[in-house]
Design a protein around this ligand. Structure first.
Ligand code: SDX
Length: 427
């Protein structure tokens, strides 16, 4: 344990405990700072702030390390599957064969939606963005599943956690079908979690659907890569919403809304659109110059990260998966060559080197999803589908903490000091 941190204010000295985790940076416990000094800390964007204690996911941004309950993401992507990673995140340990079987069975028994929920889709325009639909339909789950919203009851928390993980593929697939004007497909629980989603998305009632095993494995791996990521913006949104005691469905709907932003989960859609706009490798230098130009709001989408100042380990797995899917589907996409060349040029450019900007999870994912057949508008919905287990696991961790309190940050006020009202006739 390090020595206390010392703060000197107006010649008065205050000591604050330094707390250590199992790995990673220590923290200065400033919970008593305002009471003792009358001052707040100031950290918009929370670049130096630990908002909570968590045992779920550890990221070392400098080394490009990502662990889920201690297991490196590369090993999970290589050897595990999404259902197993869901169990690991929720329960803390890898499951036995029996535990995994029981968990997968439980999840499969929650994949259907209340039939009245399906009529919600008809209220949207056919060209509604799938994320708009996901926000609406997931929030509406609170109106259907009252029997599992007592967050103080661990059993209710477990049931609503399973419902959310199980129903997201059905909800996302239905959003895609609605946009196409095709009939919704009901789940087929004889398939894997990911295979079930593929059939609900690409299958039609008029003929049998065969799950392509290589694509199923690739998509399952993409879900693993998106499962959880420490206290990112959408997870922090879920935690803040949950800290008020809001029901889990409302909290996850809040997380979906936050994930939609192009600086966060919306970047996978924006990255592929950017690569398509760039088109050929010859046009890359122009876009790199734009990304470096302070007066140009353009940024390289899928590049840079608040935490990773090294290569995002998820991006490395994604790049390998592009090649696997292209080979399995016997397709190619010139955009992949453009992406590889863009990475090569950016990573050798002093601007990106100095600012430690590397490809992140969103840089290559869209190329794979497009090759599989998803429109760009579905990319963030798939991110939300996969991240639901992380949101739910983080929410459970927070709610089950006996010391958790409602999140209520303060501010640095720069508005007018108190002044008297001026009657209209005197203005
Ligand atoms: C995700 O938090 C998570 O873990 C998120 C996520 C998860 O799994 O939950 O990993 C998923 O959201 C990945 C990130 C996806 N977003 C994008 O790809 C959008 C493009 N990237 C950027 O907008 C940016 O890099 C962020 C938002 C990701 C991070 O922004 P920060 O940490 O606030 O950093 P910053 O904006 O202050 O940038 C630092 C510097 C700035 O230059 P200066 O003002 O210091 O001169 O780097 C520059 C930025 O202008 N910069 C970029 C850039 N990203 C940062 N310049 C060009 N292109 C970029 N992509």
């Amino acid at each position: 344990m390090a020595e206390d941190a010392k703060l000197i204010v107006d010649n008065k000295s205050f000591d604050y405990p330094v707390l250590s985790g199992s790995v990673g940076p220590e923290v200065v416990d400033i919970r008593k700072l305002y009471g003792q000094t009358g001052m707040f800390t100031y950290d918009p964007g929370f670049t130096s702030t630990a908002s909570c204690e968590s045992a779920l996911t550890y990221i070392d941004g400098d080394e490009g390390v990502l662990l889920h309950r201690g297991y490196p993401i590369g090993q999970l992507a290589e050897h595990s599957n999404f259902m197993e990673v869901c169990y690991l995140l929720l329960n803390g340990e890898l499951p036995s064969q029996l535990e995994l079987g029981n968990f997968s069975y439980t999840i499969s028994r929650h994949t259907m939606l209340h039939e009245q929920l399906m009529s919600f889709y008809k209220g949207f325009r056919r060209d509604a963005h799938p994320m708009a639909i996901m926000c609406g339909v997931v929030g509406a789950l609170s109106a259907f599943y009252h029997d599992s919203t007592d967050i103080a009851d661990p059993l209710h928390r477990r049931i609503s956690s399973h419902r959310l993980i199980a129903k997201m593929p059905t909800i996302a697939a239905a959003a895609y079908k609605y946009a196409l004007g095709q009939p919704f497909m009901y789940p087929d629980n004889s398939l894997s979690y990911t295979g079930n989603f593929m059939r609900m998305t690409f299958g039609v009632p008029a003929e049998p659907y065969e799950v392509h095993p290589v694509v199923e494995k690739a998509l399952d791996r993409i879900f693993i890569l998106h499962a959880d990521h420490e206290q990112n913006a959408s997870t922090s949104t879920v935690r803040l919403a949950g800290s008020s005691g809001a029901n889990p469905f409302a909290c996850i709907a809040a997380g979906i809304a936050c994930l939609w932003g192009p600086a966060h989960g919306g970047a996978n859609e924006a990255a592929l659109n950017m690569l398509r706009e760039i088109g050929t490798p010859e046009r890359i230098p122009h876009y790199i110059e734009r990304a470096k130009d302070k007066n140009d709001p353009f940024r390289l989408m899928g590049f840079g990260h608040r935490v990773y100042k090294n290569y995002d380990p998820r991006a490395a797995v994604m790049q390998k998966t592009v090649r696997e899917v292209f080979a399995a589907l016997k397709v190619t996409d010139p955009v992949f060559e453009t992406a590889l060349r863009l990475e090569e040029l950016a990573l050798s450019d002093p601007y990106f080197i100095e600012k430690k900007l590397f490809p992140n999870v969103d840089f290559y994912s869209g190329i794979i999803l497009s090759a599989i057949g998803f429109p760009t508008t579905m990319f963030t919905a798939l991110f939300a589908l996969a991240r639901t287990v992380g949101w739910v696991a983080q929410w459970n961790e927070m709610i089950s903490d006996p010391h958790q309190k409602i999140g209520r940050p303060r501010q640095l006020y720069t508005g007018p000091a108190e002044r008297d009202y001026v009657p209209l006739g005197q203005r």
